[in-house]
Design a protein around this ligand. Sequence first.
Ligand SMILES: Nc1ncnc2c1ncn2[C@@H]1O[C@H](COP(=O)(O)OP(=O)(O)OP(=O)(O)O)[C@@H](O)[C@H]1O
Ligand SMILES: [Mg+2]
Length: 260
Amino acid sequence: MVDIGKGAGDKGTSDNPPLVVLENVNKHFGELHVLKDINLTIDQGEVVVIIGPSGGGKSTLCRSINRLEPIDGGSIMIDGKKLPEEGRELARLRADVGMVFQSFNLFAHKTILENVTLGPMKVRKVGKAEAEKHAMELLERVGIGSQAGKYPAQLSGGQQQRAAIARALAMKPKVMLFDEPTSALDPEMVKEVLDVMTDLAEEGMTMIVVTHEMGFARRAARKVVFMADGQIVEESTPDEFFTNARTDRAKDFLSKILTH
Ligand SMILES: Nc1ncnc2c1ncn2[C@@H]1O[C@H](COP(=O)(O)OP(=O)(O)OP(=O)(O)O)[C@@H](O)[C@H]1O
Ligand SMILES: [Mg+2]
């Protein structure tokens, strides 16, 4: 495997232990072995893009890092702590992991501002005034400050997805997971969401991003993980992966998305 740990990024990692460590993670859905001995280490400030064919286990991997799915073997550590099975400690650790899905999952009957302040007030016990101040800063940062008083249905898809990103950031997560955040968007809205994500990456946020947006992968990712049939098949730099994939499985996948 190519050494991509050194010199590839500008955020020195030697002083910091890895933020996310998956060791021999296994997961079944009944007979189906969906995650097969997954080993993955993500440093503080690192951006990892996960790419691969449908059904390969990408979403399941994201969901297990957030404990939305229990795993049946191996371990997942976030910032040096093993994810607990359940309870209050789990809620606290889960709040360290922000998640943005393909469908925006905003609460329809709450305003954008309320969507963003809800988590901090309920889970982090932040006061209303402070939560609103922080929420407005985040909404400005993702470019939708003027939409704060509206309801999700009054926003475009791209605006809703940026609200979902602000909502996740409001919890001050240590790592952000994005599962195909732009695949439900009209093409003209994809860029505004990717721009927000690129800014986040440049600010040093640790990110795990499932996406087939290769422009984003090349621009923002330090590492590309190619996943198929529940396994990590290749792990390399974006440049290496897109110009010189090593396995036939990855070459075949790339030829399909490139000619698509
Ligand atoms: N809740 C579930 N119960 C049973 N099987 C599931 C469940 N969720 C996912 N699977 C199966 O697990 C496998 C991996 O699914 P997953 O959604 O992780 O793939 P993916 O790589 O995200 O695919 P896509 O690119 O289509 O989003 C698939 O075969 C899927 O049918
Ligand atoms: Mg998926």
